[in-house]
Ligand binder design. Sequence first.
Ligand SMILES: Cc1cc2nc3c(=O)[nH]c(=O)nc-3n(C[C@H](O)[C@H](O)[C@H](O)COP(=O)(O)O)c2cc1C
Length: 402
Amino acid sequence: MQIILGITGGIAAYKSAELARLLANQGHRVRCILTEAGARFITPLTLTSLTGEPCFGANPDQGEWRANPSIEHIELARWADLVAVVPATANILGKTANGLATDLLSTVLLATRAPVLWAPAMNTGMWEHPAVQANIARLRAFGHAVVEPGEGTLACGEEGSGKLAEVVAIAEAIQMHGTPKLRSLRGRRVLITSGPTREDLDPVRTLTNRSTGAMGIELARAFRDVGAQVQLVLGGDLPAPWGVETLRVRSAQQMLEACEARWADSDGLVAAAAVADQRPEALAPEKVKKGDGPETLVLVRTPDILARLSAARRADQWVLGFAAESEKHLEQAAAKLVKKGLDAVLVNDVQDGRAFGAQANTLTPVTAQGPHPPLGPLAKDQLARAVVQWWAHRLEARESGR
Ligand SMILES: Cc1cc2nc3c(=O)[nH]c(=O)nc-3n(C[C@H](O)[C@H](O)[C@H](O)COP(=O)(O)O)c2cc1C
């Protein structure tokens, strides 16, 4: 994505350097525009060095406007896939809400047709002022996105709202608002399961597996970014993704109950969790001590979540399953597809520990038509986007009767 990062005159401007670096590391092209007040807090040299792109706007060497035959503000407005203002002062919010263009950044903000995202930061009194709130409401009515400031101790010493949102959350919001929406998934409710389940033996021991939940979390992000309303039922310890309603569960039974409560309201299911097939027959209330006799663990079957949800589905709902197989993975995926009545199984070959937590991964979609060309090898975030694109195309083809 090509991102214009506007930086205005607030203390939080130092955090925009970290954001610029994070976005550049994620593979985006980032061009910064500093206001005159912003340039008092952070320098073009820092931003240019971090992004590898020129920095525009207030510049002690060149002033606000550079002599440039290409008309800089229009060129930048057209170049951007998204314009983000981080941090956004009360001043820039007020100017843009009222159509004022007094410097390069405010002019680009009026000229651009790209999505605009604001991350305001200011003193609590300023943030709560009716004029600022009215400007925010106006910008939202223009279709702009606002990443609300959080609460905390502000640089001015006050406690309250007005603190710049976390840089990682702003980066996620930029990814989401800058991603083109897909017709077949926009506004659709997608239920995603992810992560390992944990089946407790006693208060200190548990049976689990090597899944981390990383793939399901990336799928949740990728569905979110193309416009789906995602509900994630998540096992394991990884942090929940921003902007996704997440319910944390521990055991297979808890995962089943969470999914059953949400399934009727969903348009589709993506079952990426690595659910335990067995659990200990009994949960010991106290820690089990070493004994003299043979150590035997009696296991019983856990509910088959995917089969249960698939059996309860309506004709308008779709179901994607995942499989991790260490041998004959395509045959096993085809068998799972039929046995559980799925629309597709995305299978990965987990021989030699591949796929679990590892960075690059390959998934092969298997449908009633047979195996499709493999997606990958790709890093999990890119692989998740490839899965979403693949599935959206199939949904579109299905909707248009092709
Ligand atoms: C030390 C200092 C910190 C400031 N912090 C903020 C801030 O966090 N948020 C804000 O809206 N204004 C803040 N201001 C006021 C803005 O810098 C001022 O309104 C300026 O005109 C904004 O210009 P700009 O929007 O073009 O960057 C601060 C001013 C100073 C001197």
